[in-house]
Design a protein around this ligand. Structure first.
Ligand SMILES: *[C@@H]1O[C@H](CO)[C@@H](O)[C@H](O)[C@H]1NC(C)=O
Ligand SMILES: *[C@@H]1O[C@H](CO)[C@@H](O)[C@H](O)[C@H]1NC(C)=O
Ligand SMILES: *[C@@H]1O[C@H](CO)[C@@H](O)[C@H](O)[C@H]1NC(C)=O
Ligand SMILES: *[C@@H]1O[C@H](CO)[C@@H](O)[C@H](O)[C@H]1NC(C)=O
Length: 441
């Protein structure tokens, strides 16, 4: 996916799609779906209300409430004054199947590590200081050759992969600093962050890369006050995600595509997915045109509400990519009360929707991601002291002879092998295969 070679085609498709033949015709399928979404919304509201008047008044998932009542903090400092020097060392110390929240208090600095958070370690928080952040950075691309002698692919290019549930990040920079691929070059996908676990929240984070920056892969996700930078298809995947107050920036002179949302009937669970953006700002820092999205999958779904769009956003807005009849395929692209020179809904492709207040309501709140059961305020405030108790400084990985080698060559760790072959995780393999197939297709 994200072949630069496809862009001339993309542009011509967009021009075709904008022809008067395709003037606004929401269609019965769209109306049915809106009705269903609104019904879901009411049912969920009712469920939460019922839960809230129950025994504790707590609507949070029980396992999450329990985890929040039992917190441990590990201090990670690349300069060596914490419990651990690397994030990988701290993650390795978390017991599998942990039931309490483990907060990694990340001291400022660069963490040149490839991270893979196994699904067996839920309730992990990466906490940093947005004004002086921890920068997690690596530079693999899809074309990087892995241990097995083959290119690692899009999934394997990821700097930081989160596969466990209930992850939280505050004030962290996730970055892939591979040089930007030349237009038309193959294998330029360079993922900075891939989120595959469900119920994950990101506050005041920066997700920084080029092609395929943020793999919003699967699950319920919330991004608030984040900066996301990229070029082609830079937010992609079949997550069901709510982006609020985010700054979304194209870094290229050529064409950028902000989303490639992969809602499709052929991946289990993907039909529940979609990206909703509220009160975000979209802009380009190098002058290239910006598409709001192109359809990766037959039923791609993206909504922008109250979003500021700079002049780089192309008037047609959206692209059907390889979908021949976007108006009847199940693609839902909508906008509501956006502003700025790039926001003129009248010039959009005929099959995009200028939504009404009632239509947009299910999308523009944390209820879109069933947030009442898992979204909590960001973990701001002063860092707690380390509460890690089980280790003396003598056997702390930060001090042990092994740790320097792990700091210098994170690739030698078991985790990096996992990152280049995530198929070893059972629940993962099926989806990964189908996404990879699409990406190489
Ligand atoms: C608290 O969390 C730790 C780490 O996950 C776990 O080992 C411990 O059993 C938990 N304690 C309670 C009371 O749940
Ligand atoms: C987090 O982001 C919001 C929005 O950009 C900003 O108002 C707030 O000051 C940020 N918090 C910190 C601690 O930087
Ligand atoms: C919109 O987002 C900006 C940050 O980008 C924030 O300062 C502002 O408070 C937000 N407005 C609302 C209504 O949430
Ligand atoms: C995740 O951890 C489990 C349990 O240790 C292990 O069997 C599995 O291989 C790990 N998955 C990956 C993808 O590393």
């Amino acid at each position: 996916m994200g072949r630069n070679m496809a862009l001339p085609l993309l542009l011509s498709l967009a021009v075709l799609a904008a022809s008067p033949a395709a003037t606004a015709n929401p269609g019965a399928a769209f109306d049915n779906w809106l009705t269903a979404t609104n019904t879901d919304y009411k049912v969920n509201q009712a469920l939460y209300a019922k839960k809230a008047v129950g025994d504790t008044g707590n609507t949070l998932d029980a396992s999450l409430s329990a985890a929040e009542a039992n917190k441990t903090t590990y201090v990670v400092d690349p300069k060596g004054s914490g419990d651990y020097k690397t994030i990988n060392a701290a993650l390795a110390a978390i017991p599998e199947g942990n039931t309490g929240r483990v907060i990694l208090d990340l001291k400022p600095g660069e963490y040149r590590e490839k991270i893979f958070l196994n699904l067996s370690k839920p309730f992990v928080t990466f906490k940093s200081d947005p004004m002086n952040p921890a920068i997690i950075v690596y530079s693999d691309t899809a074309a990087t050759v892995g241990k097995d002698g083959k290119p690692v692919g899009t999934v394997g290019s990821t700097t930081c992969a989160i596969e466990s549930d209930y992850f939280v990040a505050y004030g962290v920079v996730f970055k892939n600093d591979a040089p930007l691929a030349k237009p038309g070059a193959k294998g330029g996908q360079a993922v900075a962050l891939r989120v595959f676990g469900t119920k994950a929240a990101f506050y005041n984070c920066t997700i920084d890369g080029g092609q395929d920056t943020l793999y919003d892969h699967k699950g319920l996700h919330y991004f608030k006050d984040c900066l996301i930078r990229g070029s082609v298809d830079f937010i992609f995947g079949f997550g069901r995600s709510f982006y609020e107050n985010c700054d979304i920036v194209s870094i290229v002179k050529e064409v950028a595509v902000l989303t490639a949302q992969q809602r499709t009937k052929t991946i289990e669970g993907a039909i529940e997915s979609g990206f909703s953006f509220k009160n975000c700002s979209i802009r380009g820092e190098a002058g290239g045109q910006i598409y709001l999205g192109r359809a990766w999958g037959d039923s791609s779904r993206v909504v922008y509400a109250y979003t500021q769009m700079s002049k780089e956003v192309v008037p047609v807005g959206w692209d059907g990519w390889s979908i021949k009849a976007p108006e009847s395929s199940g693609i839902y692209y909508g906008e509501f009360k956006c502003s700025g020179p790039g926001s003129d809904a009248k010039k959009r492709v005929g099959w995009a929707q200028d939504l009404t207040e009632a239509q947009v309501k299910p999308f523009i709140g944390t209820h879109y991601v069933f947030g009442d059961s898992w979204i909590q305020p960001p973990p701001t405030g002063k860092s707690a002291p380390s509460t890690k108790t089980s280790k003396s400084s003598a056997d702390s990985p930060a001090e042990s002879p092994d740790s320097s080698s792990s700091a210098e060559s994170p690739k030698s760790s078991k985790d990096s092998a996992a990152a280049s072959s995530p198929k070893s995780s059972a629940s993962y393999s099926k989806d990964a295969k189908s996404s990879e197939k699409k990406k190489e297709a």
